[in-house]
Design a protein around this ligand. Sequence first.
Ligand SMILES: CCC1=C(C)/C(=C/C2=NC(=C\c3[nH]c(/C=C4\NC(=O)[C@H](C)[C@H]4CC)c(C)c3CCC(=O)O)/C(CCC(=O)O)=C2C)NC1=O
Length: 161
Amino acid sequence: MQDAITAVINSSDVQGKYLDASSLEKLKAYFNTGELRVRAATTIAANSSAIIKEAVAKSLLYSDITRPGGNMYTCRRYAACIRDLDYYLRYATYAMLAGDPSILDERVLNGLKETYNSLGVPIGATVSAIQAIKEVAAGLVGADAGKELGVYLDYISSGLS
Ligand SMILES: CCC1=C(C)/C(=C/C2=NC(=C\c3[nH]c(/C=C4\NC(=O)[C@H](C)[C@H]4CC)c(C)c3CCC(=O)O)/C(CCC(=O)O)=C2C)NC1=O
């Protein structure tokens, strides 16, 4: 896993150089938004199940997916879906704090699409649910932090698509 700081340090080190102006700008932007990220992470942690519940209500409930034959039908599969969405929110929050998406590649997206395809988990509906999480979370943490979190939720969506 990388973060915004190790990312610029590693790339400077490869070149055997001190941080150049653009690396320093990246770091400055990261530090300037540090408090915003921490505050957002606190709010998300305190409201994670409500966020997921509302996002599911907005995107998946009472559709063919929750009816017999749908991939969320039966409590076991419904629970697996909610659990997956909670993984996405939690890992997107970690990535937002780190200011870097590498944790998503390593711990979430690696092999996920293949798993979903082999189990018949619909990817389009999953992406809609992730987009709904983005909206609901932004409503709670505010537009700026919501945008920052959204970067990593979008990263998961594109990694699945
Ligand atoms: C931390 C990283 C991590 C991720 C991301 C993860 C995902 C993940 N989701 C799974 C299943 C599943 N995922 C879903 C999800 C859904 N079905 C739908 O129709 C909805 C659209 C969607 C929710 C948005 C369902 C229903 C299953 C169970 C499928 C089955 O067993 O038939 C499975 C198969 C094993 C299991 O059932 O636990 C994995 C590995 N596991 C991990 O360890």
